[in-house]
Design a protein around this ligand. Structure first.
Ligand code: HAM
Length: 414
């Protein structure tokens, strides 16, 4: 019986894994250069961690199960709530701000399509302990640098959920959250129907529709000021610093985000080439620490949809030099010994484990794209040398082991 993998999951072959590792390592390097340090949290958590504040959208999509003791658990759909749980449990007394990053798989029971999976990976950061616009500026700048470094063509949009939330505050939290969700989905018809259903007045309805349509440069803030009395200083300061840093963006006051915990600045990045699932990064500021029983800790962060980024970026995996050590029957232990010696220099070496003839070993070396073949037989052993064949030029030389290693190493540097 042939067993297929579950819907919405993927297998990654070596070529793809090598590309993914290269992308991951670039992301890590940039996050680390900003002082962020890696953390890891469990793959599953108590269900309530996510039901407290992540919002209905995410809760409906969760993989939930009971363990053998009947505890309700969930596979993590995202990492912000787990990171804040960890912060409250383990690090609330550490000097602030804290800068964490993570690279981990997440699970959402969504309808699979291009760029949307049931198991996917996020590369994200959380900057914990500051409510300054500088904190938002840092994480937006970091996300921007990562996507730029990967050569992605993308658009960055910045908004502030506080504006809509303050407008909706007379409706109470539940109704406001439902409206935010409809705005996030871009479901204008559903939004109008819902506002009618709950009896939202004409004036408020028009203001909501006007705010969510505000998109563009600084002029957007002036227009918003006409519609609502709100302190725009944070957004104005953020905009100033992003401009000075050369971070290109546009305002979009209709960004509502699919998760309920955001309180202030929010942002999203969209890349071409992904169809409907073009959002490659999403984030913003929030306060979850006090909700999880810890001290107040205003925070901000983002998560990059790692799989989506890998699909559209042109990063090539670095190709390591590969050496195939080929031996005549009876000389296998010599082949193993020489292979180990070359590996000690950090090179990649394969040896025959199939008991194949010299000819078959050679054609396998060529099939796997080996750069060199090192051939050993009785003559080589007697003279203390190896025969090195450059698989590309077919040129063959007799060298000492040291000379052979120097040749391979010079190829890795070139
Ligand atoms: P999110 O927008 O739900 O935010 O997810 C972040 C990114 O994960 C999305 O922009 C998207 O690229 C990717 N993503 C989401 N769902 C899928 C899926 N089914 N398949 C493939 N990729 C997907 C969060 O998760 C927040 N925790 C981000 C954050 C961190 N906010 C503050 N700190």
């Amino acid at each position: 019986m042939k067993i297929e993998r579950p819907r919405g999951t993927r297998d990654f072959l070596p070529g793809e894994m090598e590309k993914r590792r290269e992308v991951e390592s670039r992301m890590r390097k940039i996050a680390e250069s900003f002082g962020y340090r890696e953390i890891a949290t469990p793959t599953f958590e108590h269900l309530e961690l996510f039901t407290l504040k992540s919002g209905e959208g995410i809760v409906d999509e969760m993989y939930v199960f009971a363990d053998k003791s009947g505890r309700e658990l969930a596979l993590r759909p995202e990492l912000t709530a787990p990171v804040m749980r960890m912060f409250v449990n383990e690090c609330s007394v550490m000097p602030r701000p804290l800068r964490f990053y993570y690279f981990a798989n997440c699970f959402r029971y969504e309808r699979p399509q291009k760029g949307r999976y049931r198991e996917f990976w996020q590369f994200g950061v959380e900057l914990i302990g500051s409510d300054s616009y500088l904190a938002d500026a840092e994480v937006i700048n970091l996300a921007y640098q990562i996507l730029e470094n990967l050569g992605l063509e993308f658009e960055l949009q910045v908004g502030h959920v506080g504006i809509l939330r303050s407008l909706l505050s007379p409706l109470g939290n539940d109704k406001a959250s439902k409206i935010m969700r409809l705005v996030d989905k871009g479901d204008e018809e559903g939004l109008l129907d819902y506002m009618d259903d709950i009896g939202v007045g004409q004036d408020l309805k028009e203001k909501v529709l006007s705010i969510i349509d505000l998109k563009g440069d600084e002029g957007v803030i002036d227009e918003a000021k006409e519609l609502i009395s709100f302190d725009f200083t944070h957004l104005e300061n953020l905009s100033g610093i992003l401009h000075e840093l050369g971070v290109e963006f546009e305002f979009n006051l209709g960004i509502a985000r699919g998760l309920d915990y955001y309180t202030g600045v929010v942002f999203e990045c969209y890349a071409e080439g992904l169809g409907a699932q073009k959002q490659v990064c999403g984030g913003g500021s929030y306060e979850l620490s006090s909700l999880f029983g810890g001290p107040k800790a205003p925070s901000t962060g983002f998560a990059i949809g790692f799989d989506r980024v890998c699909e559209v970026c042109n990063v090539k995996a670095k190709k390591d030099v590969t050496i195939a050590v080929i031996s005549l029957r009876g000389f296998e232990s010599h082949a193993f010994r020489i292979a180990n010696r070359i590996r000690e220099k950090g090179l990649r070496v394969v040896v025959d484990v199939m008991g194949r003839s010299l000819k078959k070993q050679m054609s396998f070396a060529s099939e796997i794209g080996a750069d060199y073949a090192v051939i050993i037989g009785p003559d080589e052993i007697e003279k203390g040398v190896v025969t090195v064949k450059n698989m590309e030029t077919q040129e063959q030389k007799t060298l000492s082991e040291e000379e052979a290693i120097t040749t391979f190493l010079s190829r890795t540097k070139g």
